[in-house]
Design a protein around this ligand. Structure first.
Ligand code: ADP
Length: 661
């Protein structure tokens, strides 16, 4: 049958160009990628064979084979793993299923290509790295249990062909037709070294046929009178190049940081070293070993729940079971990579019922504890590294505050926040916040919003600033849930500066009750007027205790949905009704006092009504909300400006310009 020619999906071609042109250093990692794929394929076949022995009977010894052909200048990596059908080949190596690819390319464009090697590993483009050293790649594969094979061929230049073909046994052969100057990858010593460096711990043997002088020749009796040198007799033997020692089963002292890092890159398909390696074993009622890693950078699909592949791998006595066991690692630790190997689960455990296994639950809680302890220690002793961790994964960890009741307090202690007293990108923890609270302050204050810039400019912070009260800036969507689950921390209440009738404590003695009552009386009529005018929009109008500079602000009732939360929820459920807010007035502001004078004169009421509408709109704007009718808003502003220009005599002379400093 003839080969069908297909175009690569555009993003694949872009990636290919990138892989070929931007990854100049460490070209040899292509071999690690192909061996990792082969090893994954064997793991999957081995898992299938647990329930269906027949599929591996024809070729029962797991193996990854390297074969260099000097004549043809090809290097072939073969495995007897799960194999692929033609359709799977198209799906797996003709397209990129991951939705992270788009982000990847965007990120790359921004960085001008400089970070390509670091980024590339995060997207599972491993196979394409073959094109760094090959100008043509042939993949011949036959699925375990399948009848025929399929051949995929491409020169990495826009298209590939695919056709059915014969293949005697299951598994995959990836043949690289090496580029001109890539002959080194035909050399035995070179291949041996690469395997040792990058794939030593791969659990399956990586074998290669090597030619050796036949042993024992020297001892054999040779006739003494034979003058000419005999050609040394050689033989070809199959040699295993990797030690296959599952790294997590070894004692910590035996494993170097480099070993760990290579292993991490192998399982996480990352190009960077991990931020932290955590290796331990649990003994006692439940025995298991775990080798976990915290990556240095968050992958782009961290927030795409559908793409939770390559989490922590579960092994049972060194046999791979799954890398997608939700019950093993909670979602808020989904950034972890690594291996858990249990001795207490049956080998034929079904992936479906894993969730209910008691052993899994025990491992999970042990693992959670270990990670939280490690993070707490890091936060204590290596703050810069912890800050880096937090920047990458803090958002995910915070989900745990809401979801993991049992660890809530530890997680709260681990949380970091930006605040009105930190620079952008710098953090304070709740404990640090409490430690530097001024004596007159009792509660922990926060403000939620879309971004630091938005929150920083809020009028709601005015009194806090004036009173030296630090306000946490909660700008991740998850923070709204965090504060719902953290009503207090170490007996300090968490209080939103955007809600309720709060009084920001000040170093001076608190405002006298009588004084406040007096102010309220002074503005009573104005408040009533505004409340009536804005009755469809606000639920109350009152004198504010939070403002020093702005004329007004909008706040939420203590029990109401905050502005930010409402916006988040609305983005999820479009039909959420808008909550009414409370309009607060700054009694010390010139505009408010002027309006207070106007309310006493009924001839001014028409104008006052217009002021009321404007005041409300500006309160919305400063709260980061949209205004219902921007055109009307602009018309009102224009009318008022025109009236002001007509009414007021122009100043005799413009005020003198401030002299330049
Ligand atoms: P990744 O391995 O990161 O998913 P690759 O580009 O290396 O990305 O491979 C893409 C997919 O192709 C793999 O996920 C796997 O499904 C399939 N694949 C690659 N190599 C093999 C192989 N030797 N045997 C079976 N499937 C393979």
């Amino acid at each position: 049958m003839t080969a069908r020619r297909k175009q690569f999906k555009t993003e694949v071609q872009k990636l290919l160009d990138l892989v070929i042109h931007s990854l100049y250093t460490h070209k040899e990692i292509f071999l690690r990628e192909l061996i990792s794929n082969a090893s994954d394929a064997i793991d999957r076949a081995r898992f299938l064979a647990l329930s269906d022995k027949a599929i591996v009977e024809d070729d029962p010894v797991w193996k990854i084979r390297l074969a260099a052909d000097r004549e043809a200048r090809t290097l072939t990596v073969s495995d007897n793993g799960i194999g692929m059908t033609a359709a799977e080949m198209e799906r797996n190596i003709g397209t990129i299923a991951s939705s992270g690819t788009r982000h990847f390319l965007e990120e790359l464009q921004q960085s001008g290509g400089a970070t390509a090697p670091e980024l590339i590993g995060q997207f599972g483009v491993g196979f394409y790295s073959a094109f760094m050293v090959a100008d043509k790649v042939t993949v011949v594969s036959r699925q375990a249990g399948g009848k025929t094979g399929a051949r995929w061929v491409s020169d990495g230049q826009g298209s590939y062909t695919i056709e059915d073909c014969e293949k005697e046994r299951r598994g995959t052969d990836v043949t690289l037709h090496l580029k001109e100057d890539m002959d080194e990858y035909l050399e035995e010593w070179r291949l041996r070294k690469i395997v040792k460096t990058y794939s030593d711990f791969v659990e399956h043997p990586v074998v290669m046929n090597v030619t050796r002088p036949k042993p024992g020749k020297e001892d054999a009796e040779a006739p003494a009178d034979q003058g000419k040198e005999a050609e040394p007799e050689v033989e070809t033997v199959e040699e295993t190049l990797n030690s296959q020692k599952a790294i997590w089963t070894r004692a910590k002292a035996e494993v170097s940081a480099e070993n760990y890092h290579e292993f991490y890159k192998h399982i996480a398909h990352d190009f960077q070293d991990p931020l932290r390696t955590i290796h331990w074993s649990a003994e006692g009622k439940t025995e298991f070993r775990a080798l976990l890693f915290i990556p240095a950078k968050a992958p782009f699909d961290l927030y795409m729940p559908e793409s939770h592949k390559r989490g922590v791998q579960l092994y049972v006595r060194r046999v791979f079971i799954t890398d997608n066991c939700e019950a093993l690692v909670p979602g808020w630790l989904r950034f972890l990579r690594g291996v858990v190997d249990s001795a207490d689960l049956p080998l034929n455990v079904s992936r479906e019922t894993l969730q209910e296994e008691r052993v899994i639950r025990i491992i999970r809680s042990n693992l959670v504890k270990k990670i939280l302890d490690t993070l707490a220690e890091m936060k204590e002793k290596e703050r810069p590294a912890y800050d880096t961790f937090w920047t990458e994964f803090g958002k995910v960890l915070k989900e745990g505050i809401h979801l993991e009741l049992g660890s809530r307090e530890e997680l709260q202690a681990l949380a970091l926040f930006e605040s009105s007293k930190t620079d952008a990108g710098k953090y304070v923890s709740l404990d640090e916040y409490i430690a530097r609270m001024p004596a007159h302050q009792k509660d922990i204050y926060y403000l939620t919003g879309d971004s630091r810039t938005a929150v920083e400019q809020s009028p709601l912070l005015e009194t806090c600033r004036a009173s030296d009260v630090e306000v946490l800036f909660l700008t991740d969507p998850i923070d709204e849930w965090v504060v719902q689950s953290t009503t207090s921390y170490k007996e300090k209440k968490l209080v939103s500066v955007a809600k309720g009738d709060i009084e920001i404590p000040s170093a001076q003695a608190g405002e006298k009750k009588e004084a406040r009552e007096e102010t309220e009386t002074t503005f009573k009529e104005l408040a009533a007027f505004l409340k009536d005018r804005l009755k469809d929009k606000v639920k109350d109008v009152r004198v504010s205790r939070r403002l020093t500079e702005s004329a007004c602000c909008l706040v939420s009732g203590e029990q109401d949905l905050g502005v930010h939360m409402e916006r988040i929820l609305r983005s999820m459920h479009a039909d959420l009704p808008a909550a009414k807010r409370i309009l607060e007035l700054n009694p010390a502001h010139a505009l408010v006092t002027a309006m207070n004078a106007m309310v006493k004169d009924s001839r001014q009421h028409l104008r006052l009504a217009e002021y009321a509408d404007l005041l409300y709109d500006q309160a919305r704007l400063t709260a980061g909300m949209e205004i219902a009718n921007p055109v009307e808003f602009a018309q009102r502003v224009s009318r008022i400006m025109a009236a002001a220009a007509e009414g007021e005599a122009a100043p005799e002379a413009p005020p003198a310009a401030t002299p330049e400093a």
